[in-house]
Design a protein around this ligand. Structure first.
Ligand SMILES: Nc1ncnc2c1ncn2[C@@H]1O[C@H](COP(=O)(O)OP(=O)(O)OP(=O)(O)O)[C@@H](O)[C@H]1O
Ligand SMILES: [Zn+2]
Ligand SMILES: [Zn+2]
Length: 797
């Protein structure tokens, strides 16, 4: 038998399958999805088996050296998904597979086998190894001539044994003390020792080992009683590994399905129908903030679980707050696994194992949770689908939405994209009926959308207010403190200090060719356009009104906090930013403190824009709404509107009415203006017009190619070759822009240039892009030249 193997050498000449002989005795074990060790030149390296066949096209094949997994770590679906991803994102197949397994498996680890069932259920040949609760090492086990690999594999498949990778995390491996009744106890316990007798009787009736802690709690006995019985040999104590539970000790209050509102019922029906008929559809659930999208998710998942199917829920990393997790744990309890970047390697591995072993049916996680190795998916949900964090900004540059749809088709199950402010791409697709649009236009129980005031900060300046708080915001802040209600103060950090603006008239320096704001480059004291390469000197006077108050913008949360304590000494403030949330768990602590009412004001950056649902928040303040508007990115208006709408949505979600104050230097810009009426539809129309004129997505597709090298002349030569090749190869209707220096023109002493492709229909695209890489393969393999290709980019550095 021949195994087709993707080897662990990430270069383009090795990015294909290699054939290896499967030694006779391993024929049963080696199957697609297991990792093996194979000879490769003079070395031994790891690889993924992707297929097993009878014949090889090669005459001489070398045998597989060893195998790392007893049961596959990748399902057949994930194997084909990896192939597809490699093709679509131009990454190595190997990289795609590595993305799908937990990091713990990628490190060199020993494997041990653990007994999960009663020892008597095991075949005779392997029993001796497990006597006395031992967990033999894999290597020792296979050395035993009496042991059949086939039998081990069978036992693993049946869930009697488990392969555990010894993830060494200093002091992290969690062991817990257990006790059990010794085998053939003969010791008599004196009749007067009532406690000891009681305890023994309890353990005997239990019939299985129990954690000492739990035993003490349940029986209210003393530790002494146990110790005495252990000394007498009646009981046995031992250590047992427990799951590293990131949420240990957290109790979740069970919640029951709510009675749906009429609108919720209307939107859930098509989802339930799709589940019922086991078919695939992509839905766009467009529901205003506070319209109860989560309840729709929960009840859809309920239906999938009823059908014995599984669910994946993706949420952006920053909204993986306890509040969000709680809603899923509260409804589905221990059926839920949670995956996010805050978990240690071991914790992630534990969660992944629960999925593989079918101990959980629901996964709530950030982007990479989309690869959860479920085999019977019933529904995939992507909450806040407009979030750009769903696109991975390094190789493989995949978008979770595309992966979700691939899996949805494979499993014939619905995919739900949910948002109050869908991405333009998704909304445009919904309008063309590529996705099915499900609208929730009102908040639950007719609660009002918050009232939004936009304050013109230029006016404030003119009337002598140089503080960062407008008069009206200050007044409302005081009012809320008096009433004992809460405020969320949002400072938009993204895009700071990069754009140049006039404080008198709000004029922002922008490119004359691109309609996009220029970026300030400190080193040359100049302004540059990142799209077309246009450059000009940093102005000393405003082009529009001649004022000298023209400068780049900047203000941090710390400064705001200082200012707050100065103008409102009585206010209790919780500040949430990168600095105050660095320690593990601090995010949660700060939020729950705010939830308990321990502060009047929650001050923060992007991380407080989402997911907050606290009844006492009645005011939201946004400082400098415009900061993001002038990032040189064609999506800056979209991002501004989305963010304003999301933060506004934190106010007045319960009985108390909400109000929002947005401070802006460009109050008339439609992305800010339209937040007042919460009019997504109107925003969509206006923004689409802009995109059409500027020839941007969703009207076209885009590719960003970034070329970098330590020699500037090389970068320029290669970039020019790339551009002329593309112009020659691609349709005339396709636009190839550049080459120009990248916004970050040099990173780590490497010079960077970029070019951009805009196209509508370009069947030769992927092939042409591959050819570019192939053409420069020598320089790339030598590590001098890098050519990064980003399809549908979100980041233009
Ligand atoms: N059918 C219902 N009956 C009563 N309350 C409901 C119902 N559906 C949702 N709610 C409540 O309404 C509030 C808002 O719902 P939810 O948080 O799901 O909104 P959302 O659409 O996800 O908003 P956002 O996009 O702002 O996060 C929550 O407190 C939720 O418990
Ligand atoms: Zn330009
Ligand atoms: Zn001006």
């Amino acid at each position: 038998m021949i195994a087709k193997v993707i080897v662990d050498v990430p270069t383009s000449n090795t990015d294909r399958v290699f054939d290896y002989d499967i030694p006779k005795e391993w024929e049963e074990v080696i199957q697609p999805g297991v990792r093996v060790v194979v000879p490769f030149g003079p070395r031994k390296i790891q690889g993924f088996v992707v297929d097993v066949t009878n014949d090889s096209t090669f005459h001489k094949t070398k045998p597989i050296d060893d195998f790392l997994d007893v049961v596959p770590v990748l399902t057949s679906e994930l194997l084909s998904l990896g192939e597809w991803l490699a093709d679509q994102t131009l990454c190595f197949q190997l990289s795609a597979y590595q993305l799908m397994i937990p990091a713990a498996l990628r490190t060199k680890v020993k494997k041990e086998l653990c007994l999960l069932a009663h020892i008597e259920t095991l075949p005779y040949s392997i029993r001796p190894h497990f006597q006395g609760d031992k967990s033999p090492l894999w290597n020792d086990l296979v050395k035993d001539k009496n042991v059949s690999l086939k039998e081990i594999q069978q036992a693993v498949k049946e869930g009697k044994l488990e392969v555990r990778y010894q993830v060494e995390e200093k002091g992290k491996k969690k062991m817990e003390r257990y006790v059990k009744v010794s085998e053939n106890t003969t010791c008599d316990i004196p009749t007067r020792a009532v406690k000891q007798r009681e305890l023994l009787a309890y353990l005997q009736s239990l019939g299985k080992p129990i954690a000492v802690q739990a035993l003490l709690q349940e029986t209210k006995m003393t530790r002494q009683t146990i110790t005495t019985l252990v000394k007498k040999g009646v009981l046995q104590e031992f250590d047992k590994e427990v799951y590293r539970d990131p949420l240990a000790g957290v109790e979740y209050e069970r919640t029951l399905p709510l009675e749906l509102t009429d609108q919720q019922r209307d939107v859930i029906q098509p989802i339930l129908d799709t589940l019922e008929t086991k078919s695939h559809y992509t839905f766009l659930l467009h529901g205003v903030t506070g319209s109860g999208k989560t309840e729709v998710y929960l009840q859809s998942i309920d239906k999938a679980l009823e059908q014995k199917r599984e669910a994946i829920v993706l949420v952006p990393e920053i909204s993986l707050t306890p509040q969000m997790v709680q809603r899923f744990k509260g409804r589905f309890g221990s059926k839920v696994a949670v995956l996010h970047s805050g978990l240690s390697m071991g914790e992630k591995y534990d969660e992944w194992r629960k999925i593989l072993r079918k101990e959980v049916q629901v996964v709530v996680g950030a982007r990479s949770a989309i690869f959860a190795p479920f085999t019977n998916l019933g529904i995939i949900i992507i909450d806040e689908e407009h979030e750009t964090s769903y696109k991975q900004e390094e190789n493989p540059r995949y978008h979770a939405r595309d992966v979700a749809i691939f899996r949805g088709k494979h499993h014939q199950c619905p995919v739900i994209l949910g948002s109050a402010t869908p991405s333009l791409e998704s909304y445009a697709r919904a309008r063309k009926n590529v996705y099915r649009l499900l609208p929730l236009t009102e908040r639950v129980h007719n609660r009002a959308m918050p009232e939004v005031h936009v304050v013109d900060m230029r006016e404030e300046l003119r009337s002598g207010n140089r503080s960062m708080f407008s008069y009206i915001l200050l007044e409302k802040l005081k009012d809320r403190i008096e009433k004992g209600e809460q405020t969320v103060l949002f400072l938009n950090r993204r895009g700071y200090s990069t754009f140049v603006m006039c404080r008198d008239c709000g004029y922002v320096a922008s490119c004359e060719h691109c309609d996009i704001s220029l970026t300030y480059h400190r080193t040359q004291n100049s302004l540059k356009c990142h799209y077309c390469g246009h450059e000009e000197k940093m102005p000393t006077k405003c082009d529009s009104c001649g004022s000298e108050h023209i400068r780049f913008f900047g203000s941090g949360t710390q400064k705001v906090e200082e200012e707050l304590t100065r103008v409102l000494p009585e206010a209790k403030v919780i500040r949430m930013d990168i600095d105050t949330t660095r320690r593990k768990g601090s995010h949660e602590r700060l939020l729950s403190a705010f939830g308990r009412g321990e502060a009047d004001i929650l001050l923060g950056t992007q991380m407080i824009a989402k997911g907050l649902d606290f009844p006492k928040i009645t005011l939201v303040g946004v400082l400098a709404a415009d900061s993001m508007l002038h990032i040189p990115d064609f999506r800056s208006a979209e991002r501004t509107f989305q963010l304003m709408e999301q933060v506004s949505g934190r106010a007045g979600r319960h009985d108390l009415k909400g109000e929002v104050i947005i401070q802006s230097y460009t109050p008339d810009h439609y992305s800010i203006e339209l937040v007042k009426s919460h009019d997504y539809e109107q925003f969509f129309q206006m923004e689409m017009t802009q995109r059409k004129v500027g020839l941007y997505p969703p009207y076209v597709f885009m590719v960003l190619i970034t070329i970098s090298h330590s020699e500037l002349t090389n970068v320029i030569t290669v970039s020019e070759k790339v551009v002329s090749f593309l112009r020659r190869e691609l349709f005339e209707s396709t636009t190839v822009l550049g080459p120009v220096a990248s916004p970050l023109a040099r990173i780590k002493d490497r010079y960077r240039y970029q070019c951009m492709i805009k196209y509508r229909n370009e069947p030769r695209l992927l092939e042409a892009l591959r050819e570019i890489r192939q053409h420069f393969i020598r320089e790339i393999n030598q590590g001098d030249l890098q050519i990064s290709i980003d399809l549908q980019p979100y980041l233009f550095t």
